[in-house]
Each structure stands twice: as C-alpha cells, then as structure tokens.
Design a protein. Sequence first.
Lengths: 221, 221, 219, 219
Amino acid sequence: MKDVLTPTQAAQKVKDGMAVMVGGFMAVGSPNRVIDALVEEKVKELTLIVNDTGFPDQGVGKMVAADQLQKVIVSHIGTNKITGEKMNNKEIEVELVPQGTLAEQIRAGGSGLGGVLTPTGVGTVVQEGKRVINVDGQDFLLATPLRADVALLKAHKADRAGNLVFRRAARNFNPLMATAAELVIVEVDEILETGSLDPDEVVTPGIFVDYLVRGEVQDNG
Amino acid sequence: MKDVLTPTQAAQKVKDGMAVMVGGFMAVGSPNRVIDALVEEKVKELTLIVNDTGFPDQGVGKMVAADQLQKVIVSHIGTNKITGEKMNNKEIEVELVPQGTLAEQIRAGGSGLGGVLTPTGVGTVVQEGKRVINVDGQDFLLATPLRADVALLKAHKADRAGNLVFRRAARNFNPLMATAAELVIVEVDEILETGSLDPDEVVTPGIFVDYLVRGEVQDNG
Amino acid sequence: MDKQEKRNLIARRVASEFKDGDVVNLGIGMPTLVANFLDSNKQVILQSENGFLGVGPAPEPGQEDPDVVNAGGQPVTILTGGACFDSATSFGIIRGGHVDATVLGTLEVDEEGNLANWMVPGKLVPGMGGAMDLVVGAKKVIIATEHCTKKGEPKILKKCRLPLTATKEVDLIVTELAVIEVTLSGLLLREVAEHSSLEEVQEKTEAELIIPEEVGVLK
Amino acid sequence: MDKQEKRNLIARRVASEFKDGDVVNLGIGMPTLVANFLDSNKQVILQSENGFLGVGPAPEPGQEDPDVVNAGGQPVTILTGGACFDSATSFGIIRGGHVDATVLGTLEVDEEGNLANWMVPGKLVPGMGGAMDLVVGAKKVIIATEHCTKKGEPKILKKCRLPLTATKEVDLIVTELAVIEVTLSGLLLREVAEHSSLEEVQEKTEAELIIPEEVGVLK
C-alpha cells in the first residue's frame, strides 16, 4: 500500500540542491501537478535530469522560467528558448547528451551497471572528456550511470501496490527513471485497487515506487 | 503480415554450424515444437545461447542429448546431467556466464551497444580473459554483445503483425533474444488478428519478428 | 518552383527509396512530409523515437490525443498493429540497426558523409535530441534538404565546418536539384532535376561531384 | 535434532531478519523454506529471478500453472500485486540494489565474506545461474547453511578454497548452531543455538570467531 500525497506534499520532498529526474518528452508524460507545486514551493538550485526542457509554459519549462535550476542534463532544449538564454547568460549549466545515451545512462544507474559503451557521438564534440573504449576494432564512448535523489514521474494507472502502466508516448523516460532515484514519486491519472492489474501488463513493478500523487483526471472536481 | 511456418519449416531455417538463441528458463517459455523439429532434422554443430540446458527430455536438453551442439553459452547446466557429461568428455564446449550478464550481453547485441560494465564476477574465475574497467574507483567486467544467426522463441500471443505478449515466467529471455538475431522465429499459443493487441500491451514489437509457428495449444487437434 | 513545391519534390523522391516492410524514422520538419508520399502498395512502418511504432496521419481536428504526438510534438495517430515502448527500447531499436532508414534535414553535409545538423556555436544550440543515435544506428541515412542555404550558399561541402552530428554516416542526399549518393570515392551524382542541369548542381555544390555515364532525371 | 528440524530452525531465524516492505530473493533449496516462516504482520515481497515479483505459496495439487514456477522450477503462485518481467529487468532489479536481501546456501564461506557455492572443479559444475548477480547486487547477503558438510567438516573457513561466487559480499551466516555476522574485523558471533555452546561452534568453525560480551540465543 503506497501512500498518496498531495502535489504540495510531493514537492516538499524535494530539497534545495537535489538531483531530480523528471519524466516526459516535450511535456507529454510529465507530472504536471507536481511540477506546478514545485514551482510554488520555490525549491531551488536543482540539477535536473530530463529529456528536454519542454516549453516555457509547459512541463519542466516552468521550472526553468522560475530560476529553480542550477544544471540541466538533457538531450534537447530547442523548444524552450528560455533555457538557451539562461545557458548563454551562464545562469544555467546545460549538459547536452544524445537521447539514446541519456536513456542508457539512467538505465545503467538503475540496474547496477558501471556504464555502457555506445557508438553514438564518436568523432563529435560529445566525445570530449569521455573515455573511448575500443572493442573489436570499433570505438565506443563510455556512458556512465546517472542517478538522482528524487524521480518525479507520470503514469497512466497505478494500483495500491504501486505497480504502474503507461499510456502511448507518455511512457518515454518514466519507467527508466523509476529505477534510478532514491525516492520515486508518481503522478497518476487513476489509482486502482491492488489486483486490478494483471502481473503481465505491469510495466513498472511497485517495488520501485515510493509515493503516488493523483493527477488532473481524477482530481478536477 | 508475418508468414506462419510449420515446426519443420522453422527448423529448416537453421543450418549446421549456426549460432542459435533459444528462449526459456528450465524449459518454461521454450519453443518446444520447434525444438522437436530441430531434433528430427538433425541440424548439427550449433552454438547455442540459452539460459540453461533444461532437462535431458525437456526443452533444449533434447538437443544436447541428440549431439547437435558444438558449444553452449549458458548460465546453468545443473538440471541436465548430460550436458555436464558431454562437457567433461569434451564433446561440448560450455561457456558459463552469470545470468544477469548473459541477459545484458544479449540486450547489448540487440541494441547496438559495444558492451556493458558489470560488477558481477569481479574477483572470480569469470574475470579470466575479460577486460576489467575501473569507473570511479570500482572495477567492472566488460561484457561484450552477443548476437545469433537465429532466435527460436516462445510467446503467448502474437498478432498477424508479429507483435508479441508473453505469459508469467515464460517471458524470461524471449524478448531480449528477439532483438539480437538475424532471423527471429516465434512459437505462439495463439495468433490473433492485427488490432487485437493494444499498442500499450505489446512487449515485443512486430518489427523484430520474422516468422510465427503455432504452438501446442492451438494445434493439437 | 516555390518552397512548398521544392519540399514536396524532395519528400516524394525520398519516399520512393523505401522497400516493403521497411522501418523508417522521419526527422522533424521537412522529413515529416515524406509520410504524405508513401506508396500505399508497400508497408512502411514509421518509428517515432519518443516511443512507438506505427505512426499514422494527423488526427481529425478535435480528435487529438495528448499522449499521441510525434517526436516533434505534433499530434499524430497510432496505426493498427502499432506498439509503444520506453525510451531505452526506442533507442535500442534505433542504435541496434532495426531502423532501415532515417530521413533528416541538415545544416551541412560533406563528401565523406559527415553531417552537421544540431548546433551553430554561439547562435543556435537546440541539442542533438535523438539525431546522433539515429544517424549512427539507422541502416541508411537519407538527408532531405534544400540544396542551398537561405542565403544561397552550398550546404553540400568538401568538409563540414559546424560541429558534427556523426562521421561518415550519410548514404544519400536528396535536394530539389539532385539526388547524390555518398560513396567511398566521393559524391556520386545519381539524378538531376528536370528543371535543373549538371552545371547548376555542380555550381551550387562545394564538393566536387562524380558524374557517371548515366545520370537519371529527378522529377 | 534431525535434518528437517535443523533446516526449519535456520529458515525461521533467517525469516526474522526481514523488515516490512523488504524485497527478498530466496535461493534454491533450503533458502526456499524461509518463505514458510515469514511474519504475516510484515509485507515481504519475494522476487524470483526467472521473472516476477510476488512469489506466493505452492498451488494446490492439480492447480499448477506451467508458466508459474520459481527459479528452481517448482510450481508456485503469483500473489495479488505481483508483476512479471524479462530477464534483463529481473537482473536490473537484482544488480541495481532493489533487492533488500538474498538468501543462499553455500559450499564454503570465509571470514572475509567471500563465498563459494557454484562449482567443485572436476566434480560438480552446475554453473552460477543467477547467484553471482544476486550476491553482488542484493543489499544484504544471508547465507543459510548447515554448519558443517555431510562429512562433518567446517564450511565456515579462514579462506575459501573452491572457486568464488563473489568476494566480500556476505553479511550474515545462519546455521543450526549459530548466527554469525561478517564484519571488517572478522566473523562476529551473534547467537548460539540453545542446544549448542560457544565451544562447539568454534570447534566446528575453521575461522576464528570474535566473541562479544553478549551472545544471543538462537532458538
């Protein structure tokens, strides 16, 4: 039985200076209510690990605009001009990572691997500062594990045991991040009784989840 | 629309000397009809990549007994004494790999990684012949990718587009192996019309699958 | 030929490259247009790197599903037989060579098959998103681009000057003027648009083109 | 004390180590017995490395599901709230530190916390299966074993002689005679069985035991 938090209670688990993973791809599959609460709580100096910085008024973009971030580890910032401006003004440090490498780094962090070797980025600026490891004549970059203090995720449904299922393209980084943070908080559209999900349909087992938050669909009344 | 083969037609795709991955864990989730046909076809000198060698009369154990294997890459042979005997008689080369490493090697082979770094086996005989890579003060073994010419798998249901779902503990290595072989043949309990599976419930997308074979459940009449 | 006609010409020609059963990833922008020209007699399966296979056309207005968007964030549909997955699986599909072709726009491409399409230092730094993985992982990399920049300068260079997306990965370049194959000996001119000429194509291309005996017509 | 009583004693004591909410993987053989002694007031979630969480008791005869077996191949059930996954995910859970405790039998264990339980060269080479990953990945490694071999020789050694499963990973050793904690300074005797004595335990243990002021009673 996982405890259900309000968005504010969830946001209060995030402390200044923490490393935070947030699910979502261009704000699809982002925990929007928790993000709104985080902005209200004015938590700051966060290191954000996220696919992209969304839009100035959507998803984690709101946290960029509210000056809550010290650093972003991210594959794309092109849809949020504010990120680029703050990067140029040295208000935010931006570490750009190829999307597939970012996914593997998070998966490695969650699954106890010391890293993975990827061909992506060889011969580009991405290679700078990375270890190059040659396997059978081919060069690969060593992508090291990423972990966070908190993961803030979005799922479609959860049961009371914390088992999660996702919907369409809203799955993206959410199941990966669920494995790679000390504390995992999941905003969900619907909370079901345990036993409502068949074990075969569960995407993220409940053991990865610490708290649930009700999303907009259930809680707009 | 994937073609549906008979077990014999499927077995005939496997040629002497090929590297073959076979799904299953102690014969649960093994493609039993295809294995029976392979034994009948007397295909030989195969390199088998599999979690375990099953039992003498179940799963890939039948291939061991029928002298079809030159080499086995495997995590466990304890339930099939014949494998151990043939290993001691130098009739089969046995490469023992920790189960989690085997899973990652197959996943790496299927996902274009040059390898993964695992802490498993450091300081044991598994380390012999492996590259040790130190990351942030900790030693890891480099596990390199595994691929095969053919993967022979078992799923619960497939649609005509080849999308697969698995059942309970019969999932095991099957989804991983589906990504890591040139030719992927899947024995299934049930073949459904395309559209019968929700995109969110598909475990292995149809693009990984080349052929389907009807399993025992449907075809025992 | 106005801008839209150019783009349609390019997209139509790119679409003709695919075989029945191909898995294709279309980049953001002009490459997305390619979907409009797919041969209905061939089954081409589109992959969207944000996490699904079986990308279908845009939904009717009012039918948009907020969870079903392509990698550019535009509402799309998922065709019957599609499948959804997480980002690690998505890039496993891409990096693992399970995508037969990717179509991308570019800022620069050169005679070695290098391309640069993800940043202009000091100006534009959107990030590479999935582009670096797609270019390294897809079996065939097709560049769909206008032949020159807005200022009329060549985009097809002897050597890329901008930071690279990947080295030696481009296979084919399709523009409104020509179809050019990247070979080990250099850029091989395959087709010239019927409204253009060998001379115009070479003039607007910085790299020297190899001209075979037979050059097809791009139309 | 017959063999079954010894095994039950060990299993009961191991079961008392778990906290509410713990995720536990029980090895094949005696460790599987631990499931019979779990405190019903605590929720302990059992993981089976062949691919699921929520291992339940053996089914009624005739109710076996061929697809629901534990890692030893025995028919079990999946409890409400369970979840199934592939082998990479299963070992991601294990290697990633998401298993709070694993319970394994052993051939040898030593004062540095090394263990050897997967092969006897020239005799028994079953393979390591999931054991090496479990021992490296689980937060707590509990060895559940009879104190001596069938021949009456110590299994708890100064230094393992058989090929290792992993180095310095064992946290706790539970036998029918004693509970021993592996510390940086050596093996710390925590409990002695009420039917045994300090002297018997030390005599049957090759490694020297550290005896604290208070030693508990194993019963």
